[in-house]
Design a protein around this ligand. Structure first.
Ligand SMILES: NC(=O)C1=CN([C@@H]2O[C@H](COP(=O)(O)OP(=O)(O)OC[C@H]3O[C@@H](n4cnc5c(N)ncnc54)[C@H](OP(=O)(O)O)[C@@H]3O)[C@@H](O)[C@H]2O)C=CC1
Ligand SMILES: O=C(O)[C@H](O)CS(=O)(=O)O
Length: 492
């Protein structure tokens, strides 16, 4: 088991997977001006390595290469593209241990979770390899005797991707999978905190036979500049973003000038509702997964936990007992269930939400402060007595804080749950079929987990409503955002 990142490369079965150059137009390059930035292990504060700090010129070259290479790639049959994607998937799975170690080193999540993300990420490549063979069109009965109408679907062109640090593998494959499956060119810009997972995927893409130029990885701390290049470069026809709603708004405004097709997977504020007819043990199990997966750093984490009055105390006691068992530590060490937060500002956000709750009368049941390990480690926390006036009710904590609200009626909790600008994921536990039907239909969210706290899968459409995003990723719906529909009217 890995216990150090001082020389991560020495710990890998295949050290060549730890790439430290950017991947542009099929070449491994430095920045034009030689600039680099450090990649830090959040658990120890170690510098893992440095990577090039690219700017708009290098990004423009990646886009031009994608715009050139995509034509031959799109001219291949879906079956031919599928074979390359399948090989890419197989290489990811074969190298999952190394990809997980790299992911944990740069992001901090425990190895077991990192391995899970690698397999989850690869599942999108597998899924869209299969979809590549099923990009169907249609024929429509003509509106006049001499007219024959057909509709075909063609790849949109060059797709540009901007992704966050919390799932540095799966957020890229969830986009690159459909894009490459239909014949697009793809330029990825991963978060500066976590570029190594994307570079490792590029190493494997090359080995799988993805043609030079079809897939590039831009490493850069100049996130705004790269985003502007993506939005202003006329060869880019599709922008796909996963991250905060705040940044999503910036990108949508920038992309509007080109009327660019955009997919947005943005912030969330998930309600997790426990009714008095719920199986409380299953509800606690679901809350632990939904709230504490990735140390609370996912957009679909339970952000508000509503418990009906009759079971509030029992649920709070059971949940707190489960939370107290979490093992906080370096994700590279055996048995650790909870790693560090990504950075200091993430810790400060959790502290801010806890302090605000206590000021409003909330009570810490377990946790509540920075962990004795120091750095960005934080005690998994449960706070009772939460009210809608508190910050945690309207802001995404993105950390290990479980705030428990008490409610009385079904109507009240649906109104509370829907009272947010977000609409990504939601969850509830109940057993009465009438209640389940009413609540699942009443929640204004893109995704609803009923008696489960884990809903993410490649087979289902992932995405939000309201200010949680635009479009869906995964499932057979996931290819649509990378296709243009063409209507052909033939006069015979
Ligand atoms: N709906 C979903 O699936 C997901 C949503 N999120 C949401 O994102 C937030 C946490 O992730 P976080 O990474 O902090 O989100 P951010 O939105 O800050 O960053 C996301 C990505 O956007 C880049 N970025 C930041 N500013 C700009 C800009 N002006 N132009 C172009 N790119 C930019 C970042 O680069 P850099 O970091 O290098 O500055 C990063 O790669 C939470 O709100 C969470 O809910 C996160 C993951 C999934
Ligand atoms: O970035 C995220 O939060 C992911 O979308 C969460 S998931 O897909 O792994 O659930």
């Amino acid at each position: 088991m890995l216990d150090s990142v001082t020389d991560l490369r020495a710990l890998l079965k295949d050290p060549t997977l730890l790439a430290t150059k950017a991947y542009v137009a099929g070449e491994w390059i430095d920045a034009d001006d030689g600039a680099t930035f450090e990649v830090i292990n959040p658990a120890r504060g170690d510098v893992i390595c440095s990577v090039p700090d690219l700017d708009r010129a290098e990004t423009a070259r990646a886009i031009a290469a994608a715009d050139k290479a995509r034509h031959e790639w799109a001219a291949r049959t879906g079956k031919e593209r599928a074979a390359v994607l399948r090989k890419w998937h197989d290489l990811m799975v074969e190298n999952a241990d190394d990809l997980a170690a790299i992911l944990t080193a740069e992001m901090g999540k425990p190895l077991a979770e990192a391995k899970g993300e690698v397999v989850y990420g690869a599942s999108f490549i597998e899924w869209f390899a299969e979809e590549a063979k099923r990009i169907y069109g249609e024929t429509i009965p003509g509106h006049q005797r001499d007219k024959r109408i057909t509709v075909i679907k063609q790849p949109i062109g060059v797709a540009a991707s901007i992704t966050p640090w919390n799932f540095p593998n799966a957020m890229i494959t969830r986009k690159a999978g459909p894009a490459l499956a239909v014949g697009c060119g793809f330029v990825a810009r991963p978060a500066a905190e976590t570029p190594l997972s994307a570079l490792a995927m590029a190493v494997l893409a090359e080995r799988a036979g993805v043609p030079a130029g079809v897939f590039s990885v831009i490493t850069s701390k100049k996130s705004s500049a790269i985003g502007k290049e993506f939005c202003e470069n006329h060869a880019v026809r599709k922008l796909t973003f996963t991250g905060s709603t705040e940044v999503g708004r910036i990108l949508l405004r920038q992309a509007a000038d080109q009327v660019m097709k955009c997919s947005m997977e943005l912030g969330g504020n998930a309600p997790f509702i426990v009714f008095d007819d719920a199986d409380l043990d299953k509800a606690v199990e679901g809350a632990m997964i939904s709230k504490f997966r990735n140390n609370g750093q996912t957009c679909v984490c339970a952000n508000r936990i509503y418990v009906q009055a009759g079971v509030y105390d029992a649920f709070a006691e059971k949940l707190s007992a489960a939370v107290a068992k979490l093992n906080v530590g370096d994700g590279l060490k055996d048995g650790v269930t909870t790693g560090p937060l990504i950075n200091e500002s993430a810790v400060e956000k959790v502290e801010e939400h806890i302090a605000d709750a206590l000021a409003g009368g909330g009570k810490v049941v377990t946790g509540g402060k920075r962990h004795a390990l120091g750095g960005t480690f934080f005690e998994p926390t449960v706070v009772t007595g939460i009210t809608p006036a508190m910050k945690v009710s309207t802001e995404e904590t993105f950390g290990p804080l479980a705030p428990l609200f008490k409610f009385d009626t079904e109507e009240e909790v649906i109104q509370l749950a829907n009272n947010t600008i977000f609409g990504l994921a939601s969850y509830f536990y109940a057993r009465d079929i009438g209640r389940i039907t009413r609540v699942q239909e009443g929640l204004e969210y893109g995704m609803v987990g009923v008696n489960t706290g884990l809903i993410s899968t490649e087979v289902a459409p992932f995405g939000g409503v309201k200010q949680s995003g635009l479009g869906r990723e995964g499932s057979h719906h996931g290819v649509e955002d990378y296709l243009e529909m063409k209507y052909i009217c033939l006069s015979v």
